[in-house]
Design a protein around this ligand. Structure first.
Ligand SMILES: Nc1nc2c(c(=O)[nH]1)N[C@H]1C(S)=C(S)[C@@H](COP(=O)(O)O)O[C@H]1N2
Ligand SMILES: [Mo]
Length: 432
């Protein structure tokens, strides 16, 4: 690992957290019911992203908001809090904590956690229920780090045609961090999973009203105990070497490398071993995808009621051109360095290719440092546009399993799994 962010020490963490509580002083994070899922699915086309003058921030309308511990981020909704990361932050492998996107579902989110009071409970179908204080959690289990992308299932939802309800994210509902914590497996072993157990359920500190059809007042996610990803999960207490921002799940959150962020339960406080499959709203009704290639279906097939669904899981391969962003005109003959990132939930990157002629020809980009198979991987390619005019650039990644980004969009009612080849038009001016 070439980055010090993965060389995090427990001693430093405990020093940082010497003050036993972290408080968010934001009154506006309490509010009315979640509007997600209740907005009409209008059929106006998604905005086109052409330059110059293109909105360089991924999404329109693009109002910025400042929340505690956060840089100005693009405000999607404030009840619940949904903040999108502006495009330029994705020039680096690791997304800064203060710029990391934010997504909650429920009305009331924790804005203060007193570590003297806080406990992680391990309960349910176990031999020895555990109640771990923060220092116990840190000291009792081995400290490990992993670089992993946290991407919302609905990232890029605004691109779907026909449009679907839900937060109209651009491409900034994702981020990559070096997560440090302890292995979920070690915690489960300490508690002793009883035979007959089928799933493990995760619950945070948020409470209250959620979207339509949601009966409980809790956000709950579960994973099958037979899923090999259980052995890769971390209960993370540090993000890029610092305590987690409150809005990103202080004091600890679950990390499920390669999986969509819906499983990355924030302010994780209950780990519950189940002897029957979890049928709560967030597993049975929400975050499900058609059981079909790419999770793809049509509005007509959905209406037939015959589309079988499964819980969403791993993230398909994606790549992004971050710079140039199309917002300024480039003089002909100007040597550009095209830069961006790529990742896949199915393992590391094999190659990233760039086309400067709308997909007719492709050139392989140079890959940046390898921070692990679930991390962002930066890429770059030098290119000097020779002729004035519009140059449609495109970027396409292939992951280590050989999965290639398709040039077709995907459609499902949740607006999940978008991974179509990204395009960015660059306008080159005559410099003579
Ligand atoms: N406790 C809790 N954890 C949660 C959620 C939530 O609503 N409550 N939302 C999940 C979803 S759907 C996403 S996209 C990520 C967002 O993580 P972030 O806010 O750190 O970017 O958190 C996940 N973990
Ligand atoms: Mo999400």
């Amino acid at each position: 690992m070439g980055d010090s962010k993965l060389g995090f020490t427990r001693r430093r963490l405990l020093k940082t957290l010497g003050a036993a509580s972290v408080t968010l002083a934001a009154a506006q994070i309490f509010g009315e019911p979640n509007a997600a899922g209740q907005e009409p699915s209008g059929l106006q086309p998604a905005p086109e992203f052409t330059g110059p003058g293109a909105n360089p921030y991924w999404t329109s309308p693009g109002q910025f908001a400042t929340y505690p511990q956060k840089a100005p981020l693009i405000l999607l909704t404030d009840r619940p809090v949904q903040l999108e990361t502006p495009r330029h932050y994705f020039l680096s492998t690791f997304t800064p904590n203060d710029a990391f996107f934010v997504r909650w579902h429920l009305q009331t989110i924790p804005n203060a956690v007193d570590l003297k009071e806080w406990r992680l409970h391990v309960e349910g179908n176990v031999e020895r229920p555990l109640t771990l204080s923060f220092p116990e959690l840190v000291a009792r289990f081995k400290s490990v780090s992993v670089a992993a992308v946290n991407q919302c299932s609905g990232n890029s939802r605004s691109r779907l045609q026909p449009r679907v309800a839900g937060g109209q994210w651009g491409n900034g509902a994702m981020g990559n961090a070096a997560w440090t914590g302890v292995k979920l497996r070690e915690i489960l072993d300490a508690a002793g999973v009883k035979s007959g157990s089928v799933q493990v359920q995760f619950e945070g500190l948020d409470r209250g009203l959620g979207p339509k059809g949601f009966g409980s007042n809790r956000f709950l996610k579960s994973l099958d105990l037979t899923n090999p990803v259980i052995d890769e999960c971390l209960v993370a207490y540090a993000m890029n070497g610092e305590p987690l921002p409150m809005l990103n799940g202080f004091p600890v959150r679950l990390i499920v490398p390669g999986y969509f962020a819906t499983y990355y339960v924030k302010s994780l406080s209950w780990i519950r071993v189940l002897d029957t499959p979890d049928d709560n709203f967030w597993m049975k009704a929400a975050y499900r995808i058609p059981d079909a290639p790419r999770g793809n279906t049509t509005p007509e097939d959905m209406k037939s009621g015959k589309v079988a669904t499964v819980p969403i899981a791993r993230m398909p391969v994606r790549s992004f051109l971050i710079s140039p962003d199309g917002s300024t005109k480039i003089p002909a003959g100007f040597p550009l360095r095209l830069r961006g990132i790529a990742f896949s939930g199915y393992g590391g990157m094999k190659k990233v290719e760039v086309s400067t002629d709308n997909g007719a020809n492709w050139s392989e980009a140079r890959l940046g440092p390898d921070e692990g198979e679930y991390s962002f991987r930066t890429w770059s390619l030098d290119w000097t546009p020779k002729s004035a005019g519009r140059h449609p650039l495109a970027v396409r990644a292939t992951d280590a399993k050989g999965n290639v980004q398709p040039d077709e969009g995907v459609w499902n009612p949740g607006g999940y799994l978008w991974n179509k080849i990204e395009r960015q038009e660059i306008v080159v001016g005559d410099a003579s």
